[in-house]
Design a protein around this ligand. Structure first.
Ligand SMILES: [Zn+2]
Ligand SMILES: [Zn+2]
Length: 168
């Protein structure tokens, strides 16, 4: 955004919707919200990192790559990843190519750069099968033939014996 020093007044910026609007920078954010409503057909997009950045739609992806507020969003993106199951609110997701999408959950096919990198930072997944094998829980033998059941219970007995010894 272009800014100008006005003597005895302060710094003003030119409104991207109408360049005859010269607005003090500290009031620009509010002005943009109101001004945007005056120009509903303006091909302007709001930066996902800072809602005081209104840029022409075709420049948004360029802007989001270079936006000085992007650093905050990297943290935010990480927070989304680790709390994915408990975050129902809308977030802004940055795709690999720098474009963004607003959604309540990461569009799975649209965030390919996130998945691999974060998997190893996640807590180990709860695996009921594994949990069962390592704990003395009685497993039920269902959908088995008689001989399969016999073998199953034999192996269960052996497994419980082993667990008893190990935990003794
Ligand atoms: Zn304006
Ligand atoms: Zn920005």
């Amino acid at each position: 955004m272009d800014t100008m020093e006005i003597p005895n007044f302060g710094t003003v910026a030119v409104c991207p919707y109408n360049n005859s609007h010269q607005v003090p920078v500290e009031r620009m954010q509010k002005h943009l919200v109101r001004c945007r409503r005056q120009y509903p057909n303006a091909k302007m997009a709001v930066c996902p990192f800072n809602n005081a950045h209104h840029v022409p739609e075709q420049e948004l992806s360029l802007h989001t790559k270079a936006c000085p507020d992007r650093a905050h969003m990297e943290t935010f993106k990480y927070a989304i990843s680790t709390n994915r199951n408990t975050l129902p609110q809308t977030g802004v997701y940055v795709r690999a190519d720098g474009t963004t999408v607003e959604a309540t959950s990461p569009p799975m096919d649209e965030v390919p750069d996130n998945e691999e990198n974060w998997d190893d930072m996640d807590a180990p997944r709860y695996d009921p099968q594994q949990y069962c094998l390592n704990n003395p829980i009685i497993r039920k033998a269902t959908h088995m033939t008689a001989s399969e059941k016999r073998r199953f219970y034999e192996s269960e007995r052996a497994r419980h014996e082993m667990l008893k010894k190990r935990n003794a």
